[in-house]
Write a new protein. Structure first.
Length: 146
């Protein structure tokens, strides 16, 4: 367990080197229909548009578990993530203790934390059309029954 103070906020990292904001995993409801995983690194310019595109999905945001993993951003990305996390119970924000230099490790952490049958990835500088998650589920479901 490691403790670090960032902008007057004490962050306690687990032995795997990450911190789950507000311990949201402890109070999770039933598994969601789909998990969207977004690795974040210095993405303040596009991050709000990315997050809003997931919130506005046609399947209903209540059916989505949204895991965003910050890889030690030095811009305002963490503040943006904290803002959204405080407003939505199904937005799970994870802070990494050390920058990994690749989106692979944050994605793998997201997979490990996910509770959904379906998982999709969305980069922090991309966004989804309103039916994007629904279309992805249909494609994955069709592929699985073939």
């Amino acid at each position: 367990m490691f403790k670090v103070r960032k902008k007057n906020r004490l962050i306690t990292y687990n032995s795997l080197g990450y911190h789950i904001v507000d311990n949201k995993l402890e109070n999770r409801r039933k598994p969601s229909k789909v998990t969207v995983i977004t690795p974040v690194y210095n993405s303040e310019k596009h991050l709000r548009k990315t997050i809003d595109s997931v919130i506005n999905q046609s399947i209903g945001f209540e059916n989505i578990e949204y895991i965003l993993i910050d890889d030690c951003s030095t811009d305002s990305s963490r503040d943006i993530l904290l803002d959204y996390s405080s407003k939505f119970d199904n937005i799970i924000v994870v802070f990494l203790k050390c920058n990994t230099g690749t989106p692979g490790k944050p994605r793998n952490i997201g997979i490990h934390l996910s509770t959904s049958k379906y998982i999709t990835f969305l980069d922090a500088d991309d966004w989804l059309e309103p039916t994007g998650v629904n279309a992805k589920i249909k494609v994955d479901h069709f592929s699985a029954i073939r």
